[in-house]
Design a protein around this ligand. Structure first.
Ligand SMILES: Cc1cc2nc3c(=O)[nH]c(=O)nc-3n(C[C@H](O)[C@H](O)[C@H](O)COP(=O)(O)O)c2cc1C
Length: 458
């Protein structure tokens, strides 16, 4: 087993708001406590954001995509664009961090840099960027593109996009603008820097027309777990978001990303690992398991097929026998989904796992803790103590579980010294214990060079 990293003093907590429910909560919309328009209901988001802030969560996390079919998870069908939503939430919250998913495969880095910097200033240093390469190949059809691009191309583009965005965030040095009406000029032009970037995908001159917030720049989150995804995390991520289901899985990912990050000369203390988490909470273990079983019994086979199909580029599995070994499908379709699921399904197939078993396993795509608040707090503490997680990204699903987590699990974690009573800092970087990056003109470093085309580090 890889050597665990030193656990961090306090646990980090993110709340992933998914309205009427993502693929792992396809029946959430039937819950009486969830508005039927939850994914486009600002009042509902404001309520959840304030609840998360009152429980001292470090950040809100808004996932996103730009492609749907009628078979997509309910939350995907009708939802707000993350930066627009978080700009609204910035004005109804005061301390909690605001992390937006923005794709590097679709969208121009100048625009991404500007919109994220705007959220960062609007929120006074609380913005973060979840860098995604976009999973859905169909997105190409919404952006006038002939093709989505393979892994290597999308990740190379992502690394270059991050280089441009972070470069643009260094356009103005602190003190570039007049601080009094007696200053000789409104702008000290020696403190304005253009970028003059010319790369494989982008030519961006700069400078950006907005300056840095008090946190310097939004922290960066990366979630892909393929070798290319791990390499991007190692190069640029402050937070690695994963779907690790066991501490061993998370420790393996962390050890590998840290090894790669060391090769890039990164400070390993500034690299946080935060797996996704679901909870089902009740007063007794038996009751929690009963709730979980009741929810599982309501899952529709059709929805399970849709979740699986999305991981295989829309391939239809409904014609295969359910209780026979998982079928072998076209290599291009098999390469479409998240590498974690692909690897798991492939290992299962080698062990003779059936299609039905795969369908059910995809319903719990990440860590799900079912039990009493004491049990859940104990599990979280053990993950943290082993170095397998610096914190968790909690998917906010059923309101009763969300309430119990805030009112019962959080106090137990506090009693163990894992969470502080109140926010100690003001910015997202301060919540996460990350330093403010020095301006590049003042000695701050640009990104380390990545692998050259065709040389992804494996
Ligand atoms: C925990 C997690 C969260 C993700 N969230 C999003 C998202 O919100 N939007 C998106 O387009 N892709 C998302 N992705 C997909 C990744 O950006 C990437 O495209 C995908 O994981 C395939 O790369 P991989 O095989 O390296 O994991 C997520 C992936 C993971 C593991």
């Amino acid at each position: 087993m890889p050597t665990p990293a030193q656990p961090r003093k306090t646990l980090k907590l993110g709340a992933v708001l998914v309205g009427v429910g993502d693929a792992s909560a396809s029946e959430l919309w039937r819950d009486e406590g969830v508005p039927l328009d939850a994914s486009v209901n600002l009042k509902w988001y404001v309520q959840q954001a304030r609840e998360a802030e009152a429980a001292r969560f470090d950040f809100l996390f808004i996932v996103d995509s730009q492609y749907i079919t009628s078979a997509y998870p309910h939350h995907h069908l009708n939802r707000f664009e993350p930066l627009t939503l978080l700009s609204a939430l910035a004005t109804s919250t005061a301390r909690i961090g605001l992390i937006a998913t923005v794709s590097t495969t679709y969208g121009e880095p100048f625009d991404t840099a500007r919109r994220l910097a705007s959220l960062d200033l609007l929120s006074d240093g609380r913005a973060g960027w979840n860098i995604v390469t976009s999973q859905d190949a169909g997105t190409a059809g919404n952006f006038s593109r002939a093709e989505h691009g393979d892994y290597q191309t999308r990740y190379r583009r992502a690394a270059e996009a991050v280089e441009v965005v972070t470069g643009l965030w260094n356009s103005y040095e602190t003190g570039a603008f007049a601080s009094s009406r007696q200053a000789p000029e409104f702008l000290d032009k020696t403190k304005l820097h253009s970028l003059d970037h010319e790369g494989e995908f982008y030519r961006v001159k700069g400078p950006l027309n907005i300056f840095r917030s008090r946190q310097g720049q939004p922290p960066l989150v990366q979630a892909g777990t393929s070798p290319e995804g791990r390499d991007l995390s190692a190069r640029v991520a402050d937070i690695v978001f994963s779907f690790a289901r066991t501490p061993a899985e998370s420790l393996e990912l962390a050890a590998d990303v840290r090894r790669r990050a060391q090769a890039y000369g990164r400070n390993l203390d500034e690299l946080l690992f935060m797996p996704a988490l679901n909870v089902v909470l009740a007063n007794t273990q038996a009751e929690a398991e009963q709730i979980e079983a009741q929810r599982a019994a309501k899952l529709s086979l059709e929805k399970m097929h849709q979740a699986l199909s999305r991981q295989y580029n829309g391939h239809d599995f409904r014609h295969y026998p359910l209780d026979e070994p998982f079928p072998q499908v076209d290599a291009a379709d098999a390469a479409a989904g998240l590498s974690q699921f692909r690897d798991e399904i492939e290992h299962g197939r080698q062990r003779g796992q059936t299609l039905r078993q795969v369908l059910y396993s995809l319903q719990t795509p990440w860590l799900r803790l079912v039990g009493t608040p004491e049990y859940v707090a104990e599990q979280i503490s053990q993950w943290h103590a082993s170095g397998a997680a610096d914190g968790f990204n909690l998917f906010v699903h059923h309101p009763q579980d969300w309430l119990r987590f805030r009112q019962q699990v959080v106090p137990l974690l506090r009693a163990r010294g894992l969470l502080s009573e109140d926010y100690e800092g003001a910015t997202l970087r301060e919540h996460l214990g990350l330093s403010v990056p020095e301006h590049r003109a003042r000695g701050g470093e640009a990104l380390r060079p990545g692998p050259r085309p065709g040389q992804a580090r494996g």
